[in-house]
Design a protein around this ligand. Structure first.
Ligand SMILES: [Mn+2]
Length: 432
C-alpha cells in the first residue's frame, strides 16, 4: 500500500500538500494525523467527500510499502512513527520546505520555498497532469497563502507566486480562501490572550526587546498559534514567546514569533527538538521542572539566538563633525564636500547636537549663515550603541523621523549610521 502523510497539527499547507501529492500518486491513500488545526478541521468537515482520508487507527501500518511524507522531514512530527521509522523495507519519499530533518528518504525533494505545496505543484505541472478542479485549486492556493502570509512572508519565492498564478488559472476561488483561512477565535483563546497580556514579562536580550507570556493550560488547547499571532501583534516586541505549561500531561508548548531580521525563532526552537521558520516556530517539551520561565527563555535566546548584525558592522567612521561655534556657512560647505546629509555637533568631545540639511533651510538669509550651528542645530540627540541590532536603529529613525544616528560608546562618538546604511543592509546591497 502507498500512503501519503504529513505533520501533526495539520495546517492548510500540510493538507494541500497531501492532496496535491495525491494528484502525483493517484493510488496512494491520504493518511492524516488526528490533530488538525481548527480551520482545517472545519474545512474537512465540509469537504470530506472531495478529500477523503484515513487516520493511523484505520490502517495496519505494516501494510504500508511506500510512505510519501509531505511538508515535514522529521520523524518526531509524524503520527505512527514508532512503527514506521524503524522499518528497513519501507520506501520513503519526502517533499518538504523546512530545514532537512531526520527522515532519510530517496527521493527527497527539499527546498526552502514559502509553501510545501508549491514544490508538489511544480511536479504536477512538469508531469502535465490533467487539469485541477476549482475545489482542488482553491485548497492548494489556501496552503500557499497560509504559509506565505498571502505571499508577504520573507520566505516567499517566485516559485510560490508562479504556483499561485497556475492555481488561479485552474479556477481557484479567492473568496473561499479568505473563508478557509479565517481562524476561529473562541472564548477559550480570548481568555488565554487576556491573561497573557495582563501578566507579561519583558527582557532585553542580545539587544532585542523580548516579551514572554506564561500560562498554565489543561489538556488540549487548540488555536494557541493564533493566540500567539495576536499577542505578538499587540505587544510590539522584537520577539515574543509563549510558554504554555500543562502540568497534567507534564509537557510544555513553547511558541515563538519575531519580527523580520531580529531573532531566528526556528533556529532557537530547533535546539529543543522543535522547528519553524525565522519568524515563527514552536517546540513541545516533555519535561518541565518549574524553572523560572524568564530565566529559561533568556538562556534559550542566548543559546539559540543567531548573533545579529550589529550597528558596529554597518556604521561609518571616522565621523566628520563640527563644533558648536562652527558657522552655518562652513558647516554647509563641509556637508557639500563630504556628500552627507547631516553632521554631529561636538562640544568638549561630547555630541551635543545634530545639524542636518533640514536645519539649513531655516537659515536662508545670508546673515544667518554667519551664525554658529548651535543656533540651528537640533540639540535632542538620539543616539545608539555599537552593539545594538540594526532593527533598533531603524525603529529609532522611524519614531523620531531622523536620518542618522551617532553611535556612542562610553560617551564617545565612534561612528554614525544613516538611513541609507540601513537600507543597504535590508536590501542586501552590502558592498563586496
Ligand atoms: Mn508548510
Amino acid at each position: 500500500m502507498e500512503v501519503i502523510t504529513t505533520h501533526r497539527n495539520v495546517d492548510f499547507d500540510a493538507l494541500a500538500s497531501v492532496f496535491a501529492a495525491k494528484v502525483l500518486f493517484p493510488n496512494a491513500v491520504a493518511m492524516l494525523p488526528q490533530s488538525l488545526n481548527s480551520n482545517v478541521r472545519s474545512f474537512l468537515s465540509l469537504h470530506k467527500d472531495h478529500f477523503p482520508f484515513v487516520t493511523v487507527k484505520d490502517l495496519d501500518l505494516n501494510d504500508i510499502r511506500r510512505l510519501i511524507v509531505v511538508d515535514a522531514g522529521q520523524w518526531s512530527r509524524i503520527e505512527g512513527r514508532e512503527s514506521l521509522s524503524e522499518r528497513k523495507d519501507l520506501e520513503l519519499f519526502v517533499i518538504d520546505h523546512h530545514a532537512p530533518g531526520d527522515i532519510r528518504a530517496d527521493p527527497l525533494i527539499c527546498r526552502p520555498v514559502g509553501a510545501a505545496v508549491t514544490l508538489i505543484l511544480n511536479k504536477v505541472r512538469e508531469e502535465g497532469s490533467p487539469p485541477l478542479s476549482p475545489i482542488q485549486a482553491t485548497l492548494f492556493i489556501s496552503g500557499i497563502y497560509e504559509d506565505t502570509g498571502n505571499l508577504t512572508f520573507p520566505s516567499t519565492t517566485a516559485e510560490d507566486a508562479r504556483a499561485v498564478a497556475f492555481l488561479l488559472d485552474q479556477g481557484a476561488d479567492l473568496n473561499l480562501v479568505r473563508d478557509h483561512l479565517r481562524s476561529a477565535y473562541n472564548p477559550a483563546q480570548k481568555e488565554i490572550l487576556f491573561d497573557m497580556l495582563r501578566d507579561e514579562r519583558r527582557i532585553s536580550q542580545n539587544g532585542y526587546d523580548v516579551c514572554i507570556g506564561y500560562r498554565r493550560i489543561e489538556g488540549h488547547a487548540p488555536g494557541l498559534s493564533l493566540v500567539m499571532d495576536m499577542y505578538h501583534d499587540m505587544n510590539g516586541a522584537d520577539a515574543t514567546f509563549g510558554i504554555f505549561v500543562d502540568p497534567g500531561r507534564a509537557q510544555v508548548i513553547v511558541i515563538g514569533r519575531s519580527r523580520p531580521n531580529t531573532l531566528d525563532i526556528g533556529a532557537i526552537m530547533k535546539n529543543f527538538g522543535g522547528g519553524g521558520h525565522p519568524n515563527a516556530g514552536s517546540a513541545l517539551l516533555k519535561s518541565w521542572t518549574e524553572q523560572d520561565p524568564v530565566q529559561w527563555i533568556t538562556d534559550l535566546v542566548k543559546a539559540g539566538g543567531k548573533s545579529p548584525v550589529q550597528i558596529a558592522d554597518l556604521m561609518s567612521f571616522p565621523v566628520t563633525t563640527v563644533t558648536t561655534g562652527t558657522s552655518m556657512k562652513d558647516a554647509a560647505l563641509l556637508l557639500r564636500e563630504k556628500g552627507c546629509t547631516g553632521l554631529p555637533v561636538e562640544e568638549y568631545g561630547k555630541v551635543v547636537g545634530i545639524i542636518s540639511r533640514r536645519d539649513f533651510r531655516k537659515a536662508r538669509k545670508a546673515a544667518q549663515m554667519k551664525s554658529p550651528v548651535s543656533a540651528f542645530m537640533s540639540s535632542k540627540v538620539v543616539h545608539i550603541r555599537p552593539d545594538s541590532p540594526i532593527g533598533h536603529a531603524v525603529s529609532l529613525m522611524v519614531n523620531h523621523d531622523i536620518g542618522r544616528l551617532p553611535v556612542i560608546q562610553d560617551g564617545k562618538l565612534i561612528g554614525i549610521i544613516t538611513r541609507s546604511d540601513a537600507m543597504r543592509y535590508f536590501y542586501d546591497l552590502m558592498p563586496e
